[in-house]
Design a protein around this ligand. Structure first.
Ligand SMILES: [Mn+2]
Length: 447
């Protein structure tokens, strides 16, 4: 069990997190031959050159790694062996207000320097090779930093590796992000079963229960009913409740805590009074069993891609069990048939970014083109496990043209197409001697 983050209990966790970053960043700087590092928090980005609206500000991930201060144009100076320095300016603005951080546990870790404007940062920079990370590269130019020091690939790769090994503080943040998301999922699943709601209704209900504005969710909620569940990233919510006796719902939605994301998917069905609905219910149970079996197999030292391949073998078993395919598991996997039902990867690294960095160190095998995690599983990693099974029209048409199509019950596939598909996704934290399911451990108790 990981205790979810709270401002009151953050003290030691956060101190240890900063100590880990000091060490990790010092090693990364040495590896990439830098003496110090400037991390810029980012600047508001215009949505279009033809308009004067701005995207919601997203912190530079390396900045968020140190502190959850949601301010644009702030600067962090990191020097091995020294306390990190934080520069920021308070701008009086009649149009905008600053965003307050949700918790103030982090201030003591930095030497804070309030400046009139950031041009003064240049005089505080140490001698030697100073790296710059951030999107606002005009700032690097203002401070006379060498062009090759800006977002250096060697440094970013070294820092990405630091990002894959989560501290206890980071696991607590992701646990709390899961607790928040789980409240929303539970409310949406209850509402779906109890009444007639549109996809838009359920999306808004999720935002309300998780106390998030749409622009603050870690990614755009996927709320898909029936056939829409076959669109892997469906976000064009319908505003009218569907009028069928049986309905499926796929909801893939997360939350954030201190800049850390959760990423959770559930699939539900109501109205099981048809043969096809009963089979789809069986398919949901099959994917759930598959998913928990894969979660059970997570161990340090295993290739994540091997788990992905094992998920295809288990999926072949599910396809056989529900009557979709009548061939051996080996034949269904080797022919590529399972890839048409499960085209995406088993999961991805999770942290500050919902598709976090550092776990796709090599290309996956050709049959797994969308796999975002090809790492060897290590203690400290946090990643998702999200197998699925879908009836995607274009992929079913391709499958029909292969010899293996003769073992598929196409009448059953046609009957199931109405339900779109299934995906079940949890967030897993790997420790040396145990693996923790941050999603299920933080699910609200059913009254
Ligand atoms: Mn995911």
């Amino acid at each position: 069990m990981v205790t979810p983050f709270s401002p009151e209990s953050a003290g030691t966790l956060y101190t240890n997190h900063i100590a880990m970053l000091q060490e990790g960043y010092a090693a990364a700087l040495e590896e990439a031959s830098f003496d110090a590092l400037v991390v810029h928090s980012g600047l508001p980005a215009k949505q279009s050159r033809f308009d004067d609206q701005y995207w919601p500000h997203r912190l530079t991930p390396a900045f968020a790694h140190w502190l959850p201060l949601p301010s644009p144009d702030a600067v962090l100076l990191i020097q091995p062996g020294k306390r990190p320095m934080l520069f920021y300016s308070v701008v009086e603005d009649v149009w905008e207000s600053g965003v307050e951080p949700e918790s103030d546990h982090f201030w003591n870790a930095f030497d804070e320097i309030e400046v009139a404007d950031l041009s003064g940062v240049a005089s505080s920079l140490p001698r030697g090779r100073v790296g710059f990370i951030g999107e606002a590269i005009e700032r690097a130019a203002q401070w006379n930093l060498a062009e090759e020091s800006v977002n250096s690939g060697a440094l970013l790769r070294a820092l990405d590796r630091v990002r894959t090994r989560k501290s206890d503080y980071e696991r607590a943040c992701i646990a709390e992000a899961n607790r928040r998301a789980a409240l929303g999922h539970a409310a949406v699943l209850d509402a779906f079963v109890a009444g007639d709601h549109s996809e838009l209704d359920l999306h808004l209900l999720y935002l309300r229960v998780t106390k998030q504005d749409d622009v603050h969710t870690p990614y755009k909620n996927i709320v898909a009913m029936d056939e829409n569940a076959a669109v892997l990233h469906f976000v064009n919510y319908g505003s009218k409740p569907p009028r069928h006796k049986s309905q499926s719902l796929l909801i893939d939605a997360g939350a954030t805590c201190m800049g850390y994301a959760s990423d959770v998917t559930r699939t539900a069905l109501k109205g099981k009074n048809s043969e096809a609905a009963a089979t789809f219910a069986e398919l949901i149970r099959g994917v759930e069993t598959l998913q928990s079996e894969i979660c059970r197999r997570i161990r340090p030292g295993i290739d994540y891609e091997d788990l992905h391949d094992q998920a295809h073998h288990l999926l072949a078993g599910v396809l056989r069990a529900v009557g979709i395919a009548d061939a051996s598991e080996g034949a269904l996997v080797d022919s590529g048939a399972t890839r048409f039902f499960l085209p995406h990867g088993l999961g991805h690294s999770l942290g500050i970014q919902v598709h976090d960095v550092g776990c796709r160190l090599r290309e996956p095998k050709p049959e797994n083109p969308y796999l975002r995690n090809t790492s060897v599983i290590e203690s400290g990693q946090v990643f998702t496990i999200e197998p699925g099974c879908y009836f995607i029209d274009s992929l079913m048409q391709q499958l029909k043209s292969l010899p293996i199509s003769s073992v598929i019950d196409w009448d059953l596939v046609d009957a199931l197409t109405h339900f779109g598909g299934v995906r079940i996704e949890d967030n897993m934290a790997v420790l040396a001697d145990e693996t923790i399911n941050l999603t299920r451990d933080n699910w609200p108790d059913t009254p």
